[in-house]
Design a protein. Structure first.
Length: 127
């Protein structure tokens, strides 16, 4: 019985929690998929009146202890992600709006709340 209990605790505590789902904040949607290909994400941002600018970013993350860093291929944009159970803190550490591929005055910073645990389709690219 002790071996079964130890195995159950190992299985329950040993697996990293899935970040798969949709996370939102006012003006932003973060879609995350954890699967055999790794952790992939898409981030769609918008800014309201008067400019109505937008931003879009997609990439891969290596999550270690709930934290991950995205860096653009040219190194000009760095965005950090700090995942908790139902929130993720996103901070644009390096790069201006333009450096990260966003419109004027559009930034990724903020607390995103999980709105769904379903696997999203990575199709947030603005049409």
């Amino acid at each position: 019985m002790t071996a079964v209990l130890a195995f159950a605790l190992l299985v329950a505590g040993g697996a990293a929690p899935s970040r798969t789902g949709t996370w939102t904040r006012d003006g932003g949607t973060l879609a995350v998929v954890d699967d055999a290909q790794g952790t992939r994400f898409q981030l769609q941002l918008s800014r309201g009146a008067p400019s109505y600018n937008m931003g879009f970013l997609e990439g891969s993350l290596k999550i270690d202890d709930g934290r991950a860093t995205y860096q653009s291929p040219d190194g000009e944009c760095t965005i950090t992600f700090a995942f908790a159970r139902d929130t993720v803190e996103v901070n644009q550490e390096r790069g201006d709006d333009f450096d990260c591929g966003f419109g004027h005055g559009v930034y990724a910073n903020g607390t995103y709340r999980r709105t769904s645990r379903k696997k999203p389709k990575l199709d947030l690219l603005p049409k």
